[in-house]
Design a protein around this ligand. Structure first.
Ligand code: F0G
Length: 352
C-alpha cells in the first residue's frame, strides 16, 4: 500500500502546479465515500446513496482541498500574508496552511456567528482573528478591498486556485464509483464548492474517466437562499452558520453548473437540516456539521424526483465536531445523570 501523498501530488497532471511550486500540504483529500443504507432505504426505488465525508480532512472540512492549492500558489508568488472572510471553516483551513507555510493569516469573521470548534482552531493555529459587526457578505467585501490595497493574498473561493483544489473531490468520487453519480447533492453558501465539483466532473469527462455527468443539486438554507429568490438576501439567517450567506461570490459559475447539468437549486428549512443531521448521526454513524446536512435534507425533500436505481452522492462538507453546541442543543438524546456507581442503580436506569 502506497501512503497517500496529498491531493496535489495525486492529481498533479490535472492541477495548475509546476515543478517549482512549493507544495504546502497536510495530506488532505482521499476522504471516504461511505454507503448510507438507511438514507438509501428512505429514498427507496433501489437508489444507492453515498456520503462524501469531507469532514475527515485535516482541519475538518473540504476547505483543505482548496487551501493546499491556494497557499502553495501564494507561497510560490512570494506572499507573506493571506486574508479571508469566513463563516469559520475557511478561516481554520487558511490558518493551518498559512502558518505551516510561515505566513501570517488574517481572518475576518461575523461576530457571534462562527461555531466554537472553528474559532478554537483559527486561534490555536495562530491566525489573527478580527470579528466585524456584520455578516459574511460584509466581511467578504472588506477582505477584497484589503487584498487590493495591501500586500495580503486573498484566499476566499474567488481565488481561482481554491476551486482547482476543491475539484479533486469530484475526481475522488469518480475514482471510487468508476463513473460519476447520477446526482450530486451539495450545500451551497458562497457557491464555490458546487462550481468546483462541476469543474472536476467536466474535466474527468473530457479525459474519458467518466462516461456521464451528474445532475448538480444545490441546497441552501431557507433563510439564506438567494438562488431560490434569484437575488441577494440582505439579512441571511440560519442555524447552519457555515452557509449563512446572502450574496454568493460564485453566483454565475454555480448557475452555469446547475443549468449545464440540468440540475436544480432548492431550499431546506432549519428543521429539515436538523432532521437530516440527526438521521446521519443516529442511523448512519456519521457526524457532520449542520450546514453539511443540508445535502441530505435536500435529497430527502426531493426524493420523489429521484430516478429508480440511481446512484447519488451527498457531500458532507464539514465535521460535526466543528459545532458541538448545536449537537447538544438539538439532540433528542439526553445524558442520564445523578446515578450512583452501583450495579442495581445503573441496571435500573438501563431498563433491565
Ligand atoms: N458547508 C460548510 C461546512 C461550509 O463551511 C461551507 C462554506 C459550505 C458548506 C458552502 O460552501 O461556500 O463553497 O458554497 N463555508 C465558507 C467558510 C463560507 O467561510 O468557511 P460554498
Amino acid at each position: 500500500v502506497k501512503p497517500w501523498p496529498g491531493l496535489i501530488e495525486t492529481y498533479r497532471p490535472y492541477l495548475p502546479v509546476t515543478e517549482s511550486t512549493p507544495v504546502v500540504t497536510l495530506l488532505e483529500g482521499n476522504t471516504p465515500l461511505i454507503p448510507a443504507p438507511y438514507i438509501s432505504q428512505q429514498v427507496g426505488k433501489g437508489v444507492k446513496v453515498f456520503v462524501k465525508y469531507d469532514g475527515l480532512n485535516p482541519t475538518g472540512s473540504f476547505k483543505d482541498r482548496g487551501m493546499t492549492m491556494a497557499i502553495s500558489k501564494a507561497k510560490e508568488d512570494g506572499a507573506k500574508a493571506v486574508i479571508c472572510a469566513s463563516t469559520g471553516n475557511t478561516s481554520a483551513a487558511a490558518a493551518a496552511y498559512a502558518r505551516r507555510a510561515g505566513m501570517r493569516a488574517f481572518v475576518i469573521i461575523p461576530d457571534g456567528y462562527v461555531a466554537l470548534g472553528k474559532l478554537a482552531q483559527a486561534l490555536l493555529y495562530g491566525a489573527e482573528v478580527i470579528a466585524i459587526d456584520g455578516n459574511f457578505d460584509d466581511a467578504l467585501t472588506v477582505v477584497k478591498q484589503m487584498a487590493e490595497n495591501y500586500p495580503v493574498t486573498l484566499v476566499n473561493s474567488v481565488n481561482p486556485y481554491r476551486l482547482e483544489g476543491q475539484k479533486t473531490a469530484a475526481f475522488e468520487v469518480v475514482d471510487v464509483l468508476g463513473n460519476a453519480p447520477d446526482w450530486l447533492c451539495i450545500p451551497v453558501g458562497n457557491a464555490g464548492n458546487i462550481s468546483a465539483y462541476w469543474m472536476g466532473f467536466c474535466q474527468y469527462h473530457s479525459l474519458g474517466k467518466t462516461s456521464k455527468l451528474p445532475k448538480m443539486m444545490g441546497f441552501q438554507a431557507a433563510g439564506a437562499a438567494p438562488f431560490i429568490g434569484g437575488q441577494p438576501v440582505a439579512k441571511p439567517e440560519t442555524l447552519a452558520t457555515a452557509i449563512r450567506i446572502g450574496n454568493p461570490a460564485n453566483w454565475d459559475k454555480a448557475w452555469g453548473a446547475k443549468d449545464a447539468s440540468q440540475g436544480e437549486f432548492n431550499a431546506v428549512t432549519d428543521e429539515e437540516i436538523l432532521e437530516a443531521y440527526r438521521i446521519l448521526a443516529a442511523h448512519e454513524g456519521v457526524f457532520c456539521e449542520p450546514a453539511s446536512a443540508a445535502s441530505v435534507a435536500g435529497l430527502l425533500k426531493v426524493k420523489d424526483q429521484v430516478p429508480a436505481e440511481s446512484t447519488i452522492v451527498c457531500v458532507l462538507t464539514g465535521n460535526g465536531l466543528k459545532d458541538p453546541d448545536c449537537a447538544i442543543k438539538h439532540s433528542d438524546n439526553q445524558v442520564k445523570s445523578g446515578i450512583k456507581p452501583e450495579l442495581s442503580q445503573v441496571a435500573k436506569v438501563m431498563g433491565f
